[in-house]
Every structure is written in structure tokens, then in C-alpha cells.
Design a protein around this ligand. Structure first.
Ligand code: HEC
Length: 103
């Protein structure tokens, strides 16, 4: 009886984890896409030769998760990079894990 409720509880935790978008995103795909499509331009635009600094500079634009999604989507749409929504989600997950670290 007691044992069964523990199993049920951990099953519930496991299934909500899988259902959460933050965990279903593919961070490695995000990283690959970032190197291929985003890094170079950010390196040039920042004038520092490093495409990562744009995310950690003192006056960065992104201050919350909603803004992060918005900026990824804006760079994608504005620049016609032709990414799928899943790719955008993977990029958001990668950027958040690597740089922004929003909860
Ligand atoms: C052709 C150039 C170019 C490409 C390619 C590009 N970006 Fe950007 N991105 C910019 C510029 C310029 C800014 C700074 C905008 C500003 O400061 O107002 C920026 C800013 C951002 C920011 C906000 C950084 C901050 O201040 O916190 C994010 C997030 C971002 N880009 C994501 C991406 C992603 C993801 C990709 C690839 C899918 C991408 N960008 C591709 C030019 C580009």
C-alpha cells in the first residue's frame, strides 16, 4: 500500500517532467544551430569577435524568459533564417542554459 503510493508519486513526477517544454527541448540541437546560424553575426555586430558576448553584455536586451523567446523569434523572422518552431525552442533552451539561466 505504502510502496504503491511511492511508485505512483514518482511516476507522476516523471511524466510531468517529460511534459514540460523546458525539458523536452534539445539543447544540443540548439547549440549546433547557434554555431551554424547565429554566432558569426553576433560576433561581428558586437565588434568583439565573440558571438557569445551579446548575451552577457551589461546592456543586453533580454532580461526575462519571455523576452528571450521574443528575441530568438525576432532574429529568426527578421533575418529569414527559416527555423522551425522546434528549432527556436531548442535555441531558447540552449541560450538559457548557457547564458541567461532563468529559472
Ligand atoms: C545577421 C545578423 C544576426 C543573425 C544571423 C542573428 N542575430 Fe541575433 N542579434 C543580432 C543583433 C544585431 C542583435 C542586437 C540587437 C539589439 O541590441 O537591439 C541580436 C540580438 C539577439 C539576442 C538578444 C541578446 C541580448 O541583448 O540579450 C538574442 C537572444 C538573439 N539575437 C538570438 C539570435 C539567434 C538564436 C540567432 C540564430 C537563430 C540569431 N540571433 C541570429 C543580429 C543577428
Amino acid at each position: 500500500m505504502f510502496k504503491k503510493s511511492i511508485i505512483t508519486a514518482s511516476f507522476l513526477i516523471a511524466s510531468t517532467t517529460i511534459a514540460s517544454p523546458a525539458f523536452s527541448a534539445d539543447v544540443n540541437n540548439g547549440k549546433t544551430l547557434h554555431q551554424a546560424k547565429c554566432y558569426q553575426c553576433h560576433a561581428e555586430k558586437s565588434g568583439l569577435g565573440n558571438g557569445d558576448i551579446i548575451y552577457t553584455r551589461a546592456d543586453r536586451k533580454v532580461q526575462d524568459p519571455a523576452r528571450l523567446k521574443f528575441m530568438v523569434s525576432m532574429c529568426n523572422t527578421e533575418l529569414r533564417l527559416d527555423l522551425f518552431p522546434e528549432d527556436e525552442a531548442d535555441l531558447v533552451a540552449y541560450l538559457n542554459q548557457q547564458f541567461y539561466k532563468f529559472k
